[in-house]
Design a protein around this ligand. Structure first.
Ligand code: BTN
Length: 255
């Protein structure tokens, strides 16, 4: 049943001390009958999941681990846009709450000074021509310090605290994200794709940059030019030809 505007995301907010993964928990709650828009937050995760089968390091007391369970009505071919919508909402909320010029790296990383402070993992259940369920998982490094960072991510990861040199409230940040998510998700449901893509481009630190894209079987060097209306990254290869990328690991090369 559709709700009046502004009421979908965060109608139910469920908070845990510890879960394996807030994404798995959100999916369970949706199956148990919790409504679309249910938000799950945990203090720590024992099996935090990242994209491409990676682990998301999830120590207690420091960071934000949050998932939003949804039943979107968009067709599966626009599923990537759900992630882009989510990263637009999170980046906008982060900028508003911290005043830090956070930028987006395609498709869904949030960066400060080219280091990752947040990521999004969207998990979908598609049946036929419909998205039956979607979980958007948001991980933000809030109060992690350099000492807290495992050696293997020190070079590539950062946190809001490392930049701002002070602790920030995870709760207030979560509220900002929920509010902003509600707004952008409604635009997605109303098929306002161009508004979302334009905002993504404005917040992007990817467009115009030289990138290296690693696929399972090959690697390319190119310039990121734009994203199309399905959220694919359009790149120009050094031989002048164009490619549309829908999956792959993108590294920004030095400007
Ligand atoms: C990425 O690889 O960039 C995506 C990281 C997503 C991490 C978040 S933390 C909350 C939610 N639960 C998970 O297990 N993963 C996501």
């Amino acid at each position: 049943k559709s709700l009046p505007s502004g009421l979908e995301i965060g109608r139910e907010i469920v908070v845990y001390d510890e879960v394996e993964s807030t994404n798995s928990k959100a999916n369970e709650l949706l199956k148990q009958g919790y409504p679309s828009g249910t938000v799950v937050i945990a203090d720590r995760q024992t099996k935090g999941k990242g994209r491409l089968g990676r682990t998301w390091i999830s120590p207690p007391g420091k960071n934000l681990y949050m998932s939003i369970a949804l039943k979107p009505t968009i067709p599966p071919k626009y599923a990537t846009l759900l992630t882009l919508t989510s990263v637009v909402a999170c980046t906008t909320a982060l900028r508003r709450y911290t005043d830090i010029p956070v930028v987006i790296k395609w498709p869904n990383d949030m960066l400060i000074d080219d280091k990752k402070v947040g990521g999004i993992l969207t998990e979908l259940k598609i049946e036929g021509e419909k998205i039956k369920a979607a979980v958007v998982g948001i991980g933000i490094n809030v109060n992690m310090t350099e000492e807290d960072m495992p050696e293997e991510i020190k070079e590539i990861a950062s946190s809001l605290k490392i930049y701002r040199k002070e602790d920030l409230s995870r709760g207030l940040l979560a509220v900002e994200i929920i509010k902003e998510f509600d707004k952008w998700y409604q635009l997605l449901e109303k098929r306002q794709r161009k508004t979302i893509i334009d905002r993504w481009m404005q917040l992007s630190g990817t467009i115009g940059r030289q990138v290296k894209i690693i696929f399972t079987d090959r690697e390319i060097l190119a310039t990121a030019e734009a994203i199309d209306e399905e959220g694919r990254l359009i790149v120009k290869l050094n031989d002048g030809t164009y490619e549309k990328i829908s999956a792959g690991d993108v590294t920004l090369l030095r400007a």
